[in-house]
Design a protein around this ligand. Structure first.
Ligand code: MN
Length: 228
């Protein structure tokens, strides 16, 4: 058998501050990873095991491109997050070895149709349509760990139209990056090109068309989009 029956989908890649783009395989996201955000969502921030959901790779929105306000929602929320880019795969990765699997880091937004997610939670149904919709993952350029190191503290902040909405510190994560990688690698074999959105701090709120979102993580980078 040769060739494809339809044109193959384009390869998804994220610009980097290094020489070349980062090709994306899968996008994993951690839920409830900052205690104050767990509380604002009505949860209990005891240290339960981390849990994960996914977005399709083509939900990524790069280069500061505008984000179209998605269909089927009246409550589109921002979630500002540190994103880990996996460079070396593996399963059952030990926490002590986890950072060696990281190529680099970036700033991303886990945009959420909160009304759909809330209904899904209530009904015991999957979150996919609340989380994994088109253009739901704006992301800034990735930077290699060889240049920026492995950030485990520093301000993570998001402003909307110039007003600060979210501001916290990476050190407040319930599950650290090495712990998250180790845990996730016991559920799936991680592969080069995988991304992990590491959860959002408190301050999530709704946005509407015309809003300008600007996120920044000290020592890591930034992400920007405008809702259209
Ligand atoms: Mn999130």
């Amino acid at each position: 058998m040769t060739g494809f029956v339809i044109d193959p989908p384009p390869r998804i890649a994220i610009p980097t501050t290094a020489d070349g783009a980062f090709p994306v395989r899968r996008v994993f996201c951690v839920g409830r990873n900052y205690a104050a955000h767990v509380r604002e969502m009505g949860g209990d921030p005891t240290r339960e095991a981390p849990f994960f959901f996914t977005k399709p790779a083509d939900a990524l929105l790069t280069g500061g491109a505008p984000m179209p306000y998605p269909p089927a929602t009246r409550d589109l929320h921002h979630e500002m997050e540190l994103v880990v880019a996996i460079g070396t795969g593996g399963a059952d990765i030990a926490e002590a070895d986890a950072l060696a699997h990281v190529w680099g880091y970036g700033a991303g937004l886990d945009m959420t149709r909160r009304d759909l997610q809330g209904q899904a939670k209530k009904d015991g149904k999957p979150w996919d349509m609340g989380k994994g919709f088109d253009h739901s993952a704006p992301i800034g350029p990735l930077s290699p760990a060889t240049r920026i190191g492995h950030p485990d503290k520093g301000v993570i902040a998001l402003s909307v139209n110039g007003s600060v909405r979210q501001s916290a510190d990476l050190a407040q994560m319930i599950w650290s990056v090495p712990e998250t990688i180790a845990y996730l690698s016991r559920l799936v074999r991680l592969a080069p090109g995988d991304l992990i959105f590491t959860g959002t701090p408190e301050g999530v709120a709704a946005v509407r068309a015309g809003d300008v979102l600007e996120g920044k993580i000290d020592g890591v980078g930034s992400v920007r989009t405008v809702i259209t």
